[in-house]
Design a protein around this ligand. Sequence first.
Ligand code: GDD
Ligand code: MN
Length: 366
Amino acid sequence: MDDALELAVVIPTFNERANVPVLIAKLDQALAGRRWEAIFVDDDSPDGTADAARELARLDTRVRVIQRIGRRGLSTACIEGMCATAAPIVAIIDGDLQHDETVLPKMLDALQRDPLVDVAVGSRFVDGGGLGEWQRDRVKKSALATRLSRRVLKADLTDPMSGFFAIRTDVARRLAPTLSGIGFKILLDLMTASPEPLAFVELPYVFRTRIEGESKLDHVVAMEYLIALYDRMFGRVVPVRFAMFAAIGAFGAGVHFLVLSPLYAGLLWTFRASEIVATIVAMTFNFFLNNLLTYRDARLRGARALFEGWIGFCLVCSVGAIANVGVAIFLFNENYGGWAWPALAGIAIGAVWNYVLSSRFVWGRY
Ligand code: GDD
Ligand code: MN
C-alpha cells in the first residue's frame, strides 16, 4: 500500500490565476516523497483561474479542478473539495500563497502518528507563528472575531480564524451535513459542528503577505461571520434566514410609517391612497433588502429577473397581509386579552407565510 494516496490539498480560489502554478511548484517541493493530490475549487473566476489549473492538470494528474458555476463562498468550496477526495487526510490551504506550505508534511505526520488526533491546525499564535506584515486594522478585526468565536467554541484553539489546517477526511465527511457553510471560517464551522470536541494539535506558521491578486474579505464577508455565529448559537430555534427576513420585515414596517405620515398627515392625501403608496414602497424596500441579504446566495440579477421577483414578492406579501389581518380580527373577536396579542399573532402568521412562500416562489430552491 506504499503508493496509496495520503493527502488531498484543497485550494479554494477566486481570481488567483497568477498564483496557481507557483503554489503547485511549492507543493511539489514541500510534499516530495508523499502521495498527494491538489484539488482547486474555483468559483468560475473571471480571470481564468480554473483554466490555469487545468493546464497544469493535463501534465500532472495530481492536480484536479472543481469549477463551480453560479456559486460563491469560501466555506462551501472547502466542503465540496473535502468531499471530493479518496485521500484519508485532507488539508485546506489558501490559493494566494499566504499560508506556509512547508507546514503541510508536519500536519500530515501529526495525523498519521497519532490516530486520536482529528485535526492539525496551522496557528499564527503559538510559539514560532506570526502575523507577518498584516495591516494593523486587519489584526485588530481578527482579534475581535477570535474573541467573538469563544461564544460558540468550546475548544481552546489559539487561532480559530485560521483557514490553514488538515483533518481526517472521514471526520470532515461525517460533519459535512451539519456545517453552516456560511462565510470564510470553515475551521470554526467544523470545530463547532462536532457533538464531541475534536482532538487537535497546533503547528506554528507565519502568515505571508499577498503578492499577486487581492483579498476577497470585505464587509459582506464580515457580516457573514456574524450570521454564522448567530446560526451556531440560535439557528436551531430561529433559522438564520427567517431571522433576517423578519428583521428586514420590521424595518419595512418603519419605512411604511415614514412614507405614510407625510402623505396622509402632511399632503392630506386620502388614507386609502396614502396606505397603498406606503405599502408598495415598503414591499419594494423589503424585496431589495431580502434579495441583497437574506437570499444573497440565490440573488436575482438583471432587470427581468428583478421585475418578476418583485411582482411575485408583492403578490405573496398581499396574501400575507390578508392572513395577518384575518388572524388578528379572529383572535380579537374571540377576546384573547386585548388588542396587542391578536395584532402580534397576526404579524407572526403573516411573516411566516411571506417567508415560506417567497423562499419557494420568489427565490426558489428552498
Ligand atoms: N472558491 C472560492 N470562492 N474561493 C474563495 C472565495 C470564494 O467565494 N473567496 C475567497 N476565496 C479564496 C481566495 O482565492 C484565496 O485562495 C482564499 O480563499 C483566501 O481568501 P483571501 O481573500 O485571500 O482571504 P484573506 O487573506 O483575507 O483571509 C485569509 O486569512 C484568514 C485568517 O484570518 C483566509 O485564509 C482565511 O481562511 C483565514 O481565516
Ligand atoms: Mn489571502
